[in-house]
Design a protein around this ligand. Structure first.
Ligand code: ATP
Ligand code: ZN
Length: 291
């Protein structure tokens, strides 16, 4: 049997192992797309969805999607936009958040991008960095290195670096300060420039599921017991999308009030809810949400 022969309508390439792998597979699982991958195979067919997965290094994924070897891919925007590609971004996925930043040694005086004039900048992202410098008319030399960029100034290889940052602790421990953010990145789903009608239909089904999962992740379901006399006051505090659901409790004079709030709203309103007389509050995650 030809190993490359397609058996499914869609082929999605995801990172084989690394920072995006688990989150990519978790998102698919939350969308009802489960994949068993015995022996860490490089290819696997999904259960209950007409799609197979290819497990690749993230840097190789944009090229494979552009060439049509895979129809869809998931990578960080930093990888996708490093080179101009004939692909279409379908959807941001809300994980793998980081920024591509320029950092300089703490001791270097820095007054803005013009301080980088004639600098030697080490990076794994020569494309993005080169475009950033060119747009600002800054002449600097770019040293492309594939890893451990943060040590380059310390060993005299460069005067500055341009690298991915999330917490910034790697920069601090290498005596560097972040001075410019050149790209804010997260994982994205993207596709080849042209899909067949059948593939488009399946992709629409996939993105509908992804949106329901991503929306749900932002919200929490909140339930509490409220004396009937306080229901209006509690309803006014709750920032829910619609008016809350109110159901009588078996205990006379009390109701159960249910609503949906965003993850960060709970701590802002908890004291007000308690002061209004709410008791027995429960906050739970929501798995899927269709608005
Ligand atoms: P591969 O073996 O697939 O080439 P890699 O070493 O290039 O893996 P990872 O370190 O697994 O890549 O990072 C994958 C992606 O995770 C990055 O391209 C970026 O989009 C995202 N990411 C999120 N936070 C960070 C971070 N602090 N450092 C590096 N990448 C991050
Ligand atoms: Zn990589």
């Amino acid at each position: 049997m030809n190993e490359n022969k397609r058996t499914t309508t869609l082929r999605l390439a995801v990172q084989k192992s690394g920072r995006l792998s688990d989150a990519s597979m978790d998102l698919l699982a939350a969308c009802g797309i489960k994949v068993s991958r015995p022996d860490r195979k490089l290819r696997a067919v999904a259960d209950h969805f007409d799609m197979e997965l290819l497990f690749l290094r993230d840097d190789d994924i944009p090229g494979y999607v552009e060439d049509g070897v895979a129809d869809l891919g998931i990578v960080g925007e930093n990888v996708l936009y490093e080179r101009e590609r004939d692909v279409k971004v379908v959807q941001k996925l809300g994980f793998g958040r980081c920024r591509l930043s320029i950092a300089v040694p703490n001791a270097m005086p820095y007054e803005g991008p013009e301080s980088l004039m004639d600098a030697h900048i080490a990076t794994s992202y020569p494309g993005l960095l080169g475009r950033y410098l060119e747009e600002r008319g800054i002449r600097a030399s770019i040293h492309e290195i594939s890893g451990s960029v943060e040590i380059a100034p310390g060993i005299g290889l460069a005067t500055a670096i341009c690298d991915l940052v999330s917490s910034g602790s790697t920069l601090i421990s290498n005596g560097l300060q972040e001075v410019e953010v050149i790209l804010r990145s997260e994982a994205v789903l993207f596709s080849t420039a042209t899909l067949t009608a059948e593939q488009e239909a399946l992709l629409a089904a996939l993105t509908f599921r992804i949106k329901s999962v991503l929306t749900a992740r932002k919200y929490r379901y909140i339930l509490m017991n409220v004396p009937n006399a306080a229901i209006d006051e509690v309803a006014a505090i709750l920032p829910g999308m619609k008016s809350p659901t109110v159901m009588p409790l078996a205990e006379e004079g009390w109701s159960s009030v249910h609503s949906v709030i965003t993850d960060d709203q709970f701590w802002d309103i908890i004291d007000q809810l308690k002061a209004a007389g709410a008791e027995g509050m429960l906050v739970t995650p929501i798995e899927k949400m269709v608005l």
